[in-house]
Design a binder for this molecule. Structure first.
Ligand code: SAH
Ligand code: SF4
Length: 351
C-alpha cells in the first residue's frame, strides 16, 4: 500500500483509538496476505566474540566486562537436531562479528551439517554481521538461505553518532553488504532500533521508506535498550521512556505491514525484554515470525546485547514453554516442519 512520508509521520504519532485502528488494520492485512500463521525459528547465539565496537551494544569488543564464549560445533548441531525433531522448520544462527578464517569455515561446516541432518529441508538464517561477498557466497553455497543484517538506522548522520568514527563502522559499508547479500541470492532481512538517542520521528518514517526501497524480504526491528556498560548509555539522553519505545515499535511494525504486506516481520526479543507479553502484542500489530531463543544455557547467559534480555543473567525466564499451544489458543496456526519462506521472496523469484 502506498503511504506518503506525511502519512507515516501521522501514524507514528498516533495514540488512543487511532493507534488501535492502525494496529487492527495491520492485523487484517497480515491475515489476508500471509495468513494468520506464525513461523517459529530457533535462535542460536553461536558466540559473543565481536571485533566491532558499536556504541550501544553490550558485547562490543571494548566491553571488558563481557564474559566471552563460543559454542562448539557439536553443541550447535545437537541443538539444531533437537529443534528439527520438535518441528522447528528454521533456525537462526547469530553472533558477534568475527572475521577470523576459523569462524568463517566453522559456520560453513555448521550450515552443511544442518543441511545434512534435515535433508536440506530446514531453513537456515544467518545473522553474523558485515562480511565480504566471497564469504557470503561460501555460506550461501553451503546451504544458508536467509541473512539478517540490520541497517540500525537509515540515517547516515545518526549512524555516525552511534558508532566509532574509526573507518570500520561505516553506514555505506553496511548498505553495500545488504546489496551484496541480495546479489548472492539470499532472502534479505534488515531492521532498525527504535527510540535511539538523537532519533527523530522523521528518521523512523525514513527507516520505513528505506526498507521498502531496498525491497527487503524480512524485517526484525525493536526498541533500543540502554546497556549500562556502553558508551552510548554513559552519554545519557535516551529520549523516550521504555513503555513509549515499546508502543512506538508496535506502530512501526503496523506501518511496515501496510507498506509491505507480503514480507516476514519478526517479533523481536527486545520487545519481550520490556514486556513479558511483548512478542504476543507484536503479533497484534502485524508480525508473523517469532524467534524463540534456543541457545544452550552456557552461552545464553553471556549473550547480553542489552539488560534484562530474556534468558540472560538476572533476567526473567523466556516463557517459551508451550509457546505453540499458546499461539494456537490466540487463533494462530503454527506450521511445523515448514521453512516458511517469505511470500515476498517467493513472488519476486517466481519464474
Ligand atoms: N553482530 C551482528 C549480529 C548480532 S547483533 C550484527 O551486528 O549484525 C544483533 C542486533 O542487536 C544488532 O543489529 C542491533 O540492532 C541489536 N542490538 C545491539 N545492542 C542493542 C541494544 N542496546 N538495544 C537493542 N538492540 C540492540
Ligand atoms: Fe558486534 Fe553486532 Fe554488537 Fe555491533 S551490534 S558490537 S557488530 S554484536
Amino acid at each position: 500500500m502506498e503511504l506518503t512520508r506525511d502519512e507515516l509521520l501521522h501514524g507514528l504519532r498516533a495514540t488512543g483509538p487511532e493507534e488501535e485502528a492502525l494496529l487492527a488494520e495491520a492485523v487484517r492485512l497480515r491475515d489476508g496476505t500471509v495468513g494468520r500463521r506464525v513461523f517459529l525459528r530457533g535462535l542460536i547465539e553461536l558466540s559473543n566474540v565481536c571485533g566491532k565496537d558499536c556504541l550501544y551494544c553490550g558485547i562490543r569488543a571494548g566491553n571488558g566486562k563481557a564474559v566471552r564464549y563460543a559454542l562448539s560445533e557439536k553443541t550447535v548441531l545437537d541443538t539444531v537436531g533437537r529443534l528439527w525433531d520438535e518441528g522447528y522448520g528454521s533456525v537462526v544462527l547469530q553472533a558477534g562479528e568475527d572475521r577470523s578464517p576459523a569462524f568463517t569455515s566453522g559456520v560453513e561446516r555448521l550450515v552443511r551439517g544442518i543441511a545434512r541432518l534435515s535433508g536440506g529441508r530446514m531453513g537456515v538464517t544467518l545473522s553474523l554481521g558485515e562480511r565480504s561477498s566471497e564469504t557470503y557466497r561460501r555460506w550461501r553455497e553451503a546451504g544458508a538461505h536467509r541473512y539478517l543484517l540490520r541497517i540500525e538506522t537509515s540515517s547516515p548522520r545518526l549512524y555516525g553518532r552511534l558508532h566509532p568514527r574509526d573507518g570500520r563502522h561505516r553506514w555505506q559499508d553496511r548498505l553495500e553488504a545488504l546489496h551484496a547479500l541480495r546479489r548472492t541470492g539470499y532472502q534479505v532481512g534488515t531492521g532498525v532500533m527504535i527510540g535511539l538517542p538523537f532519533q527523530q520521528t522523521g528518521d523512523l518514517a525514513d527507516d520505513l521508506l528505506f526498507m521498502r526501497e531496498l525491497d527487503i524480504d524480512m524485517c526484525g526491528m525493536g526498541p533500543y535498550i540502554e546497556h549500562p556498560d556502553t558508551p552510548l548509555a554513559a552519554a545519557g539522553g535516551a529520549p523516550l521512556p521504555l513503555s513509549e519505545r515499546f508502543r512506538l515499535s508496535l506502530r512501526m511494525i503496523a506501518l511496515l505491514r501496510r507498506l509491505m504486506p507480503d514480507i516476514n516481520i519478526a517479533a523481536t526479543t527486545a520487545l519481550q525484554a520490556i514486556d513479558p507479553l511483548g512478542r504476543e502484542k507484536a503479533l497484534e500489530a502485524g508480525t508473523n515470525v517469532m524467534m524463540p531463543n534456543a541457545t544452550p544455557a552456557r552461552g545464553r547467559l553471556h549473550y547480553r546485547l542489552y539488560p534484562n534480555k530474556p534468558g540472560t543473567a538476572g533476567a526473567e525466564g523466556e516463557g517459551n514453554e508451550g509457546l505453540p499451544g499458546r499461539l494456537q489458543a490466540l487463533g494462530y496456526e503454527v506450521p511445523l516442519g515448514e521453512a516458511g519462506d517469505p511470500l515476498h521472496y517467493r513472488k519476486r523469484t517466481a519464474p
